[in-house]
Design a protein around this ligand. Sequence first.
Ligand SMILES: Cc1cc2nc3c(=O)[nH]c(=O)nc-3n(C[C@H](O)[C@H](O)[C@H](O)COP(=O)(O)OP(=O)(O)OC[C@H]3O[C@@H](n4cnc5c(N)ncnc54)[C@H](O)[C@@H]3O)c2cc1C
Length: 418
Amino acid sequence: MLALFHALKDSNQVFPVFIFDIQILSKLKNKKDRRIEFILRSLAEIKKTLNENGSDLIVEMGDPELLIPKLITEYKCNSLYINRDYEKYAQDRDQTISKILLNKKVTTFAFKDQVLFESDEVLTQSNNPYTVFTPYKNNHLKRLNEQGIELYNCENHKDNFAKFTSKALPTLGELGFEKTNLEDLGLPTGTSGGKSLLEKFYKNIKNYSTNRNFPSIRGVSYLSVHNRFGTLSIRHLAKLAIEADNDGASTWLSELIWRDFYFQIIANFPQVSEKKSFKSQFENLKFENDEKKFEAWKNGLTGFPIIDAAMKQINQTGYMHNRLRMIVSSFLVKDLLIDWRWGEKYFEDNLIDFDFSANNGGWQWAASTGCDSQPYFRIFNPVLQSEKFDKDGSFIKKYIPQLAPLSVKRDSSTMGIF
Ligand SMILES: Cc1cc2nc3c(=O)[nH]c(=O)nc-3n(C[C@H](O)[C@H](O)[C@H](O)COP(=O)(O)OP(=O)(O)OC[C@H]3O[C@@H](n4cnc5c(N)ncnc54)[C@H](O)[C@@H]3O)c2cc1C
């Protein structure tokens, strides 16, 4: 959004481009990947809006290092506007592209868009990165209050989109993927979808602190996929949370700050991007890594109802409630004694909201190898967790139909969307 805003402010000939990066697509082994369908549907919405304005969206699949310079030449552009990405692969790729363009006398302008504060903006008094969340959060909040949050409206500059037409969007098949169950899930796509979820959540934001731990009720926002793909603005969300000014909203704002916290961890501590433990003393832990137990965990066949229902939730929907992510990750590492990296990879392949920073942070937190993580001796008891957070078993029964005869009648309007 921010790169687009600045491009529209600086030029009256802006050509919007989205590239399906073949390096990323080729690593996705499951051809029914909900993320691709989510992105494609979201792009269709953008393309339609641009078409109504006499403009268009260029969508290509391939190697961005070749495609971007080619498009720059084809559309006779003299600059490239991008939002900064914080993952190593993307940073290297974007640097290579900007070097190639510089040789063609084309300047790249990169902007902060994905986060509220970048890795060097919230530092300790001695100018070091934080490794503990609470002091990071306090400083982050202080800066947010001091600086305020600016919103950027592209609408005011929409006449600066170039008037042109581009080819139709690729189909899922052309991208090498197949239709998923995304439509049946009730997870709306695109900015309009993000806004509708946000509207519903915002009405109940004051109850977030009390409801957020119960997977069977609609207590969380379900916005993680929109945060992942930028279909909503993180600045807008943070501003709304501040304006709501109640206990639930401030707890929710803390979750948005956890997101920034883990982004700064991957930027400031490169070892985590190399699949290493954040705490080096835990790098060589010996795991049992029993393949059969791992298969049972993946397929929701461990015999522990809360674990099995949670794994069925991720398998059937691509989403898993945060409380359950904590329970299943603790179970995999500390009960089944399987390397946290195996679980991290399974989530990477299956979560619709997969984000390297939050996922690695979450797994290392559960495994006690991460920054500000669970102490190594703390192990979630799946039975007690289930009694506490799914007391009447509604969530378990939803995903384990064998237990449905024991079902309790519930008001469906208050139930979780997954
Ligand atoms: C093992 C493990 C793996 C995880 N993997 C991911 C992942 O790949 N992608 C991901 O977005 N989140 C991940 N999380 C964090 C969290 O579980 C999800 O962000 C949350 O469940 C998404 O649901 P929601 O949008 O309804 O969240 P809400 O409770 O409504 O929170 C609002 C937003 O805050 C952010 N957020 C919330 N909790 C966290 C957190 N702990 N760390 C970072 N950001 C957070 C998300 O963007 C979320 O949409 C993981 C947590 C664990 C324990």
